[in-house]
Design a protein around this ligand. Structure first.
Ligand code: X90
Length: 277
């Protein structure tokens, strides 16, 4: 019996043959497409985004990309980015129905993360553990990952919401308040899987202090902590140091975000996935 995890590329992870399949989103700058797969160089993408002046947008993974993954395994555990902001969940659902019609014996579990980025990464990492446990059958893995999701949270500190607003993913009013030099927005994913602003502050130091307060309020107490940064390794390191000085037992991992998060969280952005209460 073969088990597989499938996730869209907003989880910032690369495919692991036989373990993790990634369905890529696409970033469109004018008539140039950047497929968010393992061949994408995010540095090049970032430069192209900075240089691009006209319209830009993104597209969710196509149904076939998901179906190709589902066909590889007997049991597939799928995690998608929030269905409130993207058609990604829906394309996975259509693929699931298509594959099940042909192969009714295949089991596919679809989980809407109502989040993205590093919180999705935590979910995928947990699934990697769960699917290796032979004492857990399909339903048990489904139940355990849902229980785990009640203890994970997404936070992000951004310098700009321009691309989110341009593509109708956040109101221009919220975005406008951030597009001022030196302003930072700290936000989270709402229960419904939309952008929920928590604080606006001036400068990185204030943003960092405020973020620690939000983390504490959310019940973070030193578990797994994932930091995806958009061309901001120094900011990610400063946050890692702050976390470790307050919670020395924290398991922190910093990494450059994938293409989709790079486009929406924009240069300088930090995205955080944390195990909370
Ligand atoms: O289907 C598509 O074209 C993709 C649309 C994605 C829109 C949201 C991406 C968010 C990326 C920015 C901050 C996090 C907000 C998350 C709230 C749940 C990262």
């Amino acid at each position: 019996m073969k088990r597989l995890i499938a996730a869209d590329s907003s989880c910032d992870m690369k495919e692991i043959p036989g373990v993790l399949a990634i369905a890529p989103l696409t970033i469109q700058l004018g008539d140039k497409d950047f497929v968010d797969d393992k061949n994408l160089n995010t540095e090049t993408l970032m430069e192209a985004i900075q240089a691009h002046k006209g319209r830009s947008s993104t597209a969710c993974p196509n149904v076939q990309a998901w179906a190709d993954a589902f066909l590889q395994a007997d049991e597939t555990f799928v995690v998608t980015m929030t269905s409130a902001l993207s058609g990604t969940y829906n394309s996975a659902r259509v693929a699931m129905e298509m594959v099940k019609a042909e192969h009714p014996e295949k089991k596919i579990d679809l989980l809407d993360s109502l989040s993205t980025g590093p919180e999705m990464r935590l979910l995928v990492e947990k699934l990697e553990e769960l699917i290796q446990d032979p004492s857990l059958d399909f339903d048990a893995v489904c139940a355990k990952i849902r229980e785990y999701k009640t203890h994970t949270k997404l936070f992000y500190v951004l310098q700009s919401l321009h691309n989110m607003a341009e593509n109708g993913r956040v109101s221009k009013l919220v975005a406008g308040a951030v597009d001022i030099l030196g302003m930072r927005i700290i936000a989270t994913a709402s229960r419904e899987g939309t952008v929920q602003s928590l604080s606006k502050c001036r400068g990185d130091r204030h943003a960092m202090e405020k973020l620690l307060v939000h983390l504490e309020e959310a019940g973070y107490s030193g578990g797994r902590f994932r930091i995806g940064h958009i061309g901001n390794p120094e900011g990610a390191k400063r946050l890692e140091d702050a976390i470790l000085s307050r919670w020395p037992q924290a398991q922190v991992l910093c990494y450059p975000s994938g293409g989709l998060c790079t486009y929406y969280a924009e240069k300088g952005g930090l995205m955080i996935g944390a195990e909370c209460r």
